[in-house]
Write a protein that binds this ligand. Structure first.
Ligand code: NA7
Length: 595
């Protein structure tokens, strides 16, 4: 997937496969039309889609099988924390939807991974994926108009197009706590969970972090551990997951109406199978609000996000109505008032990633659980067998870091491709994650980022978002190949206009005002701003408009040699594709292509 994590590496972390061996550089460079980095949800679809177009594709991933995020995040309690099954799936194949049975509404990690393994089998994906292979260097060769990729196994490849499907949540955040290296017990990061079973039985365990991973794992760990200390930096809002078995009728209904469900997803700003509505909290009476919030709380799942009010993330006053409701619920559930006080979130609700919980609040009523509020009582240091905070020592034998990720931009920065003129992405993205359409970067021709900064990314149903972004990328490739063009590149002007547009949408909401991984505030030294494009429906309209305008905002280069485009062979293969996009059928007078 990507090179290994930066930061301290406690001894019992799983080392990323393949990184221990000294690379043996091969003299031979294998040539492909497209190299894809990452075999998670996006990379798998990239392979399928581009191969269907007749292109030669090679995928690299550091893991030993498909799944990306779902391969790594095996911590106890890990589940889908979005709208859930049967809708957390690919949409490109109706047969796939009809043949796969989901057991629960909020599927557990192993069920999602089993689904992705099935997709890999069904579409014969693994034959073009090299697993346990970390991409260590990625360079653009301007004269050859292709990307060269060097891997941890020593193999090298080149391709005209590079797709970075490296994951929005895959660069683990491993904070450098004082003395962490002295701690002699077992240490795990939720996003790097071992494949072997981890037993908490009879152990004193500490969990740092109360985001989605912490809140999902804490109740499970508490059931087994002798004692659990929860070290919380920010109290969170969390909503009942409402997980339950899917009934055969629900599955039947979803299959029968799949066409309508897909249409609904495409019309929804988050790509979710939910109706859009115009209700606002401020127009409702207190009684109406209470009744709606209570009914959504009883149902659980993502209903609070999708079926409540439209003004929650744009109006402070509306936001407070929901925040107060959740705070009241926490106080009702948590018996000890002092503990409940520490659990009171004080940011705008929904402006950190909404969390779905399964018995999280009740966990604090257990005798074997202690909550430490790190704001009042910060970590001073780790010793071989304890974590010491300002007010005392907590003996532990195991530490779970649920400390999240250098999200959205982190995995691209870790990859750090070298673009035109030898410029590294780390240099280009020092102060801001410059991009155009959330997919391309000036100075990095023919490189596409899936779910990167400037795209809806984690604010959109991710399998569907990957399909839509990659559909657009496929059309771009077809456009270039049909015209014997060697390269497409965003201009810096387009990047800056796109940045302004992304900012303007975000600044109309409360999101930028809260410290979160959405704003980069969880990582020291990271540019702090809200980098996602919030309106998914508008975003996909914009992608389509740009394509229809002949890829407005991009510049093209003719192919320097037959080798870079391999146009004639590919064109024939592409002509055979049924899915010819508008960009391949019409030429726009506005195109900046030199054709
Ligand atoms: P998150 O949501 O980033 O949560 C990480 C948690 O770790 C959060 O509570 C952080 O507190 C806390 N944290 C991070 N660094 C520190 C330090 N240095 N000290 C104390 N506490 C710290 O990551 P998750 O893995 O839970 O969830 C990410 C996504 O993965 C999620 O959306 C799911 O889709 C799956 P903070 O809030 O930053 O103060």
């Amino acid at each position: 997937m990507q090179p290994k994590d930066q930061g301290p590496s406690p001894s019992s972390f799983l080392p990323p496969a393949g990184t221990e061996r000294p690379p043996r550089r091969s003299e031979e460079v294998e040539n492909f039309d497209v190299v894809v980095i990452g075999a998670g949800v996006s990379g798998m679809y990239a392979l399928h889609h581009l191969r269907e177009m007749g292109l030669s594709v090679r995928v690299y991933d550091g893991a030993s099988d498909v799944g990306g995020t779902w391969w790594y995040n095996r911590y106890p309690g890990a589940r889908v924390d979005g709208p859930g099954s049967p809708f957390y799936c690919y949409t490109f194949s109706d047969e796939l939807m009809k043949e796969w049975d989901w057991a629960e509404t909020q599927s557990e990690q192993s069920a999602v991974l089993a689904y992705l393994e099935h997709v890999a089998d069904r579409f014969d994906l693994r034959r073009d994926i090299e697993f346990e292979t970390w991409v260590e260097a990625v360079r653009y060769d301007e004269s050859a108009q292709h990307w060269t990729v060097e891997t941890s196994t020593g193999k090298r490849a080149s391709a005209q197009f590079l797709i970075c499907a490296v994951g929005a949540l895959s660069a683990a955040n491993l904070p450098d706590f004082p003395g962490i290296g002295d701690f002699a017990g077992e240490t795990y990061h939720t996003g790097r969970w071992p494949h072997e079973p981890v037993s908490f039985a009879g152990k004193r365990v500490a969990v740092i972090g109360t985001g989605s991973s912490g809140i999902q794992s804490i109740p499970e760990i508490a059931k087994e551990a002798a004692h659990l200390t929860v070290l919380q930096r920010t109290a969170q809002f969390a909503f009942p997951a409402g997980n339950r078995p899917l009934t055969p009728e629900e599955t039947k209904e979803a299959r029968a109406s799949w066409g309508a469900v897909k249409a609904k997803m495409l019309a929804n700003p988050g790509g979710f199978p939910a109706d859009t509505h115009t209700r606002t909290a401020l127009a409702a009476t207190p009684e109406e609000r209470e009744a709606l919030y209570e009914s959504l709380w009883q149902i659980g799942s993502f209903k609070f996000l999708l079926d409540s009010y439209n003004d929650i993330v744009v109006s402070e006053e509306a936001n407070k109505t929901m925040a107060d409701f959740v705070r009241r619920k926490i106080r009702e559930i948590v018996r000890d008032p002092g503990t409940a006080d520490k659990l009171m979130p004080d940011h705008f609700v929904m402006t950190k990633r909404p969390i779905l919980e399964n018995g999280y609040w009740e966990t604090f009523n257990r005798d074997n659980v202690t909550l430490v509020d790190l704001r009042e009582d910060p970590i001073e240091r780790f010793t071989p067998n304890s974590v010491r905070t300002r007010t005392g020592e907590h003996p532990i034998e195991m530490l779970v870091l649920a400390t999240g990720f250098d999200a959205i931009s982190g995995s691209m920065l870790r990859l750090d491709p070298t673009g035109r003129g030898g410029v590294h992405l780390k240099e280009r993205w020092k102060d801001r994650f410059h991009n155009y359409l959330g997919l391309t970067i000036a100075g990095f021709p023919n490189l596409f980022v899936i779910h990167g900064p400037g795209s809806p990314g984690v604010f959109y149903n991710m399998p569907l978002g990957a399909e839509r972004q990659l559909g657009w990328v496929g059309d771009v490739i077809r456009h270039l190949r049909d015209r014997s063009l060697g390269a497409i590149e965003a201009t810096e002007d387009s990047e800056s206009a796109w940045g302004n547009e992304t900012d303007a949408i975000a600044n109309a909401t409360l999101f930028p005002r809260t410290d979160s991984w959405w704003t980069g505030a969880n990582i020291e030294g990271k540019p702090r701003y809200f980098s996602a494009y919030l309106l998914g429906t508008l975003y996909y309209q914009r992608l389509s408009d740009v394509a229809n305008a002949g890829y407005e905002g991009f510049v093209f280069e003719p192919a320097h040699s037959a080798g870079s485009g391999s146009a004639s062979r590919r064109s024939r293969a592409l002509d055979n594709c049924l899915d010819l996009g508008p960009a391949t059928r019409r030429r726009s007078p506005k195109t900046s292509s030199p054709e």
